[in-house]
Write a protein that binds this ligand. Sequence first.
Ligand SMILES: [Fe+2]
Length: 446
Amino acid sequence: MKIKKSLSYILIIALTLSFTACDKMSSASLLSHKIKSGSDVTFFVTTDIHYLSNDLTDNGEAFQQFVKSGDGKEVGYIDDIVNAFTNDIKKKKPDVLIISGDLTTNGEKKSHLSLAEKLKAIEKSGTSIYVIPGNHDIFNPYARAFKGEDQLKTDYISDKDFSSIYKDFGYGEAVSRDKNTLSYLAEPSEDVWLLMLDTAQYKDNIKKGSPQLDGRISSETFEWIKKCSDMANEKGAKIITVMHHNMLNHSDVVREGFTLNDNEKALDQFHSMGINLFLSGHIHIQDISSTKKDNDTMYDIVTSSLAVYPQQYGVIKYSKKSGIDYSTSKVDVEGYAKESGIKDPNLLNFSSYSEKSFGQRSYARTYSNLLMADAYTDEQIKLMAETTRLLNLRYFSGTEYLNSKDVVNSEGFKLLISDNSGFSSRYALSIVYDNDTDDNKLHIDN
Ligand SMILES: [Fe+2]
């Protein structure tokens, strides 16, 4: 009896130690897998929601100015967009929802808490959620509330807060957690595991006074990734890697700070582990890039920001027999608005509102940039702004490869590329030459 008691005591100590060791094995690893081997799995993928809690804005002057001077995010309608997306999820019932960072506008504590409440309702409807942070989410000194004409500082969160706020959305269910970052390994199905990587660097944000843009994976984290990969190989599971920063370049001109630092080295390491699929965000466009390593193709799918036109998300269908199919679907904001009795005409006609609003912003920004260059007539600037508007609409929805002939032959495009030293010119060229692939569809064999 005494021996039995001390044996169980040793066992408890051993288990306790293993739970608190570097690579924490959570109690969730002792639970059975949710989806059995051989079953098809549907994942919804969204990113860069940039949610702002309703409690942080009165929709006054300061807020309107913030939205107007932004990069096209519909922050004023983000609550409705997330509600509409929730509505879609409840109807379509995917097994899993993946969110690859930038959950909040600027890491406001209230936004995180409000979003977590919404995610709770989604999980209640039967969809498991896995999140990671982006560069905006943690220790963000830009966290603001908007009141009248003023922007007011509001609480941000720490990395520890993040894993506790989202404990039901990955952190509490992780099979293994990296000791240095908020990265973790999750097993939503026996066949497909999710390597959720925290590539953001937020430790010095407060000291520096701004959120750090670029992302990295340290050699220590790679050691942990190798252990995860060995575990998956042992069980015959496929790993899909999810991170906020891009694994591959998605633009000739927007790379620095967006593509993961030292991505070539990282690619070699992932390739040696047999990992070939990455899901990312950060750049806000819809784009699929691929690269060859030996005879293998590696893919990075960046799904466009949920906050930005055309408010779409990725759908991944996994089947052990046929492999992986990625496609995109638009959030049905109109349907949600009608069902909820909302009277706002912008929400009732959201597709056309969003296209118009995003296009106008793109036009206005190009117009003012070119005006400052002081090198063109007003008529010329208008032609160039119109071309950029059209290009951006296609670029952000991932349809630029379908038809760039009309743009290339336009007067505005010819003017844009006439001075190839300017950003507008290089940007326009990078879009029309990004015609390698369908950015909204991909099939990968198993
Ligand atoms: Fe973002």
